[in-house]
Design a binder for this molecule. Structure first.
Ligand SMILES: CC(C)(COP(=O)(O)OP(=O)(O)OC[C@H]1O[C@@H](n2cnc3c(N)ncnc32)[C@H](O)[C@@H]1OP(=O)(O)O)[C@@H](O)C(=O)NCCC(=O)NCCS
Length: 329
């Protein structure tokens, strides 16, 4: 019997309507379109406006459209893995909240926190449940309301982040398509460069933490850039070498959308030509867990059955990794 792989059988994404342009950011902090575009490649990002709305509200439209596309009901889902750094609440898991909102009564679920690499970690984790035969339908969601932890007084970070979510459905495939291999890495020594100072158990929320802006993402941009640019490129090249793939074998490179310069470095290192590199950072910025599923969603119509895709990400923690998958439809 041929090996069972976990294949993506449907994908959908959602970004909120509000467009925060570089021009508008010029009115909020001391910056300009030319600086942002040349340093990051970002022109605009989407922001979820409205009281009482969280990351699950970004995921609901993406998942509902995905289910419709695949022609299944929410009750057919066995497991929901919600990859996010901005959960609706510290607890319970946003996966539970999403399950309730979409009416998935038969699913269990959990949140997965690996910052910007979360979606890849979730894809690799979800694949195990399919490969083992334990589950038939696993929903992997990647989404973040980054505007909820972005300090709009800090010009070096507020220009980067945006809100958005995407989801994929994993199902068993016996034709050799699906997730073939992954290399995933973590290094907690990187915590100092990118983290949220307060709101966790070591520093619970207080008046003082709010006054000191400690509930926002804190980033030492240059240090993060240095680690990201080498590690994301290296791990993508590593997964290709391990699977005897050269640049011509790759139909699409799907990089985390953190910074256009980091994407270009990954493309150069892997030798994948520019027309095969998926980039939407100019429209959405860095949506953290949302970037890769949003790319898959927007390019879905261009993918062909059997296409080799290399997914690569780097994020806070530090976390990084790459997945080799063969598109299944
Ligand atoms: C954040 C980032 C774009 C900043 O670019 P940079 O070239 O490293 O910029 P620096 O922080 O060194 O700042 C350079 C100068 O630009 C200024 N600057 C920072 N943000 C600015 C902005 N939005 N507009 C104008 N000037 C800005 C700085 O104040 C500094 O000025 P100075 O030299 O007078 O002190 C870049 O470091 C980066 O992309 N890092 C990786 C971030 C990332 O990918 N994070 C997510 C990981 S998943």
């Amino acid at each position: 019997m041929s090996k069972i792989h976990a294949a993506i059988t449907a994908v959908h994404g959602y970004v909120p309507d509000y467009v925060l342009t570089n021009k508008e950011l010029e009115t909020i902090v001391d910056t300009n379109d030319e600086w942002i575009t040349s340093r990051t490649g970002i022109k605009e990002r989407r922001i979820l406006k409205g009281e009482g709305l969280g990351t699950s509200d970004l995921a609901v439209p993406a998942v509902e459209a995905l289910l419709k596309k695949r022609g299944i009901t929410a009750n057919e889902i066995d497991l929901i893995i919600f990859c996010t750094t901005t959960p609706d609440r510290v607890f319970p898991a946003t996966a539970n909240i999403l399950a309730d909102k979409i009416g998935a009564k038969e699913a269990w679920g959990f949140d997965l926190q690996a910052a910007c690499s979360g979606f890849l970690f979730g894809l690799a984790t979800g694949s195990q449940f399919i490969e083992s035969g334990k589950h038939k339908k696993v929903l992997v969601v990647g989404g973040d309301k980054m505007s909820s932890i972005t300090n709009y007084k800090d010009r070096a970070t507020c220009i980067i982040f945006g809100d958005g979510a995407g989801a994929v459905l994993l199902e068993p495939n016996d034709e050799g398509n699906g997730v073939i291999d992954s290399i995933l890495k973590s290094d907690g020594a990187g915590v100092q460069y990118l983290h949220q100072k307060a709101g966790g158990s070591i520093k619970p929320a207080s008046h003082a933490t709010v006054d000191a802006d400690e509930h926002f993402a804190y980033q030492e941009g240059q240090a993060v850039f240095k680690f990201a640019v080498t590690n994301m490129a290296d791990v993508a090249a590593e997964v290709m070498e391990k699977n005897n793939l050269n640049s011509e074998d790759i139909a699409w490179l799907v990089p985390h959308q953190a910074n256009k310069r980091i994407i270009d470095a990954t493309a150069n290192r892997t030798g994948v030509s520019p027309e095969k590199v998926i980039i939407n950072i100019e429209r959405y910025g860095n949506t953290t867990n949302g970037t890769i599923p949003l790319c898959l969603w927007e390019w879905e119509s261009k993918f062909k059955k059997g296409d080799n895709l290399i997914l690569a990400a780097f994020g806070g923690g530090f976390t990084w990794g790459s997945i080799y998958l063969k598109w299944a439809y």
